[in-house]
Design a protein around this ligand. Structure first.
Ligand SMILES: C[S@@+](CC[C@H](N)C(=O)[O-])C[C@H]1O[C@@H](n2cnc3c(N)ncnc32)[C@H](O)[C@@H]1O
Length: 393
């Protein structure tokens, strides 16, 4: 939520339909209200975005319904930042808003239709695309996790081009794999994430070995229509798509179509409950977030990310892929990493302490049974010779 500093009076109350409203700071431009959501958990903002509108109570006590969307237009976002900064002053700006990238736009027009869960996910990632890499630079834990999965992908996929990546984002793993000489087809639900990836590949000089495709994991047959069966020597996905997809039923079968016999499949899934992150949540004073780790679905109110997460634990994944993929390995991406960034903890540990912990972490991830501990598990499979189901491709 956008915090309201003491002494600042000019706020509106904003909330989801029939939900609890919170006071927020806002800028007004061209009849729209602009809010930069900061801090707090996913909560109300996620609900507002899901239904597409918010109840706004102005200082005269009147409540009305405003259509809500995330801004995708960089010049609109910049204008909102400038207006908020001017309105509330530099100290409030730098204390509450600097470093937060999304801009919520409220318009006094009839609300648009509620989004489907996947439209909502797409909008979330479209809205973060331009800032995604810059934010990643400020998140050492995320970078460490991605470096670990990348190591596995580089080793596993050494001789099995071409590769298929699903949920490639801006290319945290795609770009290093391209740089290592691989040929990749990258599928992602967010066109803007794919545009960032394409830009990165162009800058690296690898565009000739990258194809991008807007599409959804749950409907690869549409995204990759016309692709011959067995086209890929390996497929992979990390940190998102496998736990955000709401239509998972056809995923194993369509991957069985696309990956050739003896080809490889590697992806991360969220571990439940994940003993180490559970302990971190409790230590950080978020026991409800910890409790939600036992559920099949993590609602956005309980986590720091305003998206609904489908927990598909490793055992369920292995069962779903069993007819066509033989499980080869299952290891935690990390055991010790907290499920959130903690700059205070990192500065307390110092660079040397962090390096030591990373070495220890890497050893712990190799322990038998270690997979029960961490937040993310990396599963690898090999395609068997079993014929793929007749999934239309
Ligand atoms: C958190 S990002 C991670 C991107 C990248 N793998 C990384 O590690 O940086 C998740 C990505 O998956 C995409 N995504 C989410 N759900 C998806 C789905 N069902 N099908 C395809 N892509 C999806 C999002 O648009 C986003 O780009």
């Amino acid at each position: 939520m956008t915090l309201v500093p003491p002494g600042v009076r000019e706020t509106v109350l904003l909330g989801p339909p029939a939900g609890r409203s919170v006071p927020v700071l806002f800028a007004e431009m061209h009849g729209n209200l602009y809010v930069i959501p900061t801090g707090g958990r996913g909560g109300w903002i996620a609900q507002v975005l899901r239904v597409g509108y918010a109840e706004v109570t102005t200082s005269d006590g009147r409540t009305s319904r405003w259509a809500a969307r995330l801004s995708l237009d960089p010049s609109e976002m910049e204008a909102a930042r400038v207006a908020l900064r001017r309105k509330y002053g530099e100290p409030t700006w730098s204390r509450y808003f600097a470093g937060h990238s999304k801009v919520l736009v409220l318009a006094p027009v009839p609300p648009r239709a509620a989004r489907s869960p996947l439209e909502w996910i797409q909008e979330e990632f479209d809205a973060s695309a331009a800032e995604y890499d810059r934010r990643l630079q400020t998140m050492p834990i995320e970078r460490y996790l991605k470096a670990r999965t990348l190591d596995t992908f580089l080793e596993r996929f050494r001789d099995c081009d071409p590769l298929l990546e699903i949920g490639a984002g801006t290319g945290a793993e795609t770009l290093p794999l391209l740089s290592a000489g691989h040929t990749i087809t990258a599928v992602d639900i967010s066109e803007r994430m794919l545009a960032e990836l394409t830009r990165g590949a162009r800058e690296g000089g690898w565009l000739g070995r990258l194809s991008v495709c807007k599409g959804q994991l749950g409907n690869l047959s549409e995204a990759l229509a016309g692709t011959p069966a067995g086209s890929f020597g390996g497929a992979y996905s990390s940190f998102g798509a496998f736990n955000l997809e709401t239509e998972f039923g056809r995923v194993p079968g369509s991957l069985a179509q696309l990956v050739r016999p003896r080809g490889w499949l590697a992806f991360t899934t969220l571990n439940r409950p994940g003993l180490a992150p559970l302990a971190w949540e409790v230590l950080a004073g978020n026991p409800l977030g910890g409790l939600s780790r036992f559920g099949r679905r993590i609602p956005p109110e309980r986590i720091r990310y305003p998206l609904e997460i489908q927990t598909r634990p490793p055992g369920a994944m292995r069962d779903a892929f069993a007819p066509w993929f033989r499980p080869v390995s299952m290891s935690p991406v990390s055991v010790l990493a907290p499920p959130f960034e903690s700059p205070r903890m990192l500065s307390w540990l110092s660079a040397r302490g962090v390096m030591r912990l990373q070495h220890l972490d890497q050893r712990l991830t190799r322990l038998p049974g270690g997979a029960a501990l961490g937040e993310w598990v990396l599963l690898t499979f090999q395609r068997t010779d079993a014929p793929a189901p007749p999934v239309p491709l």
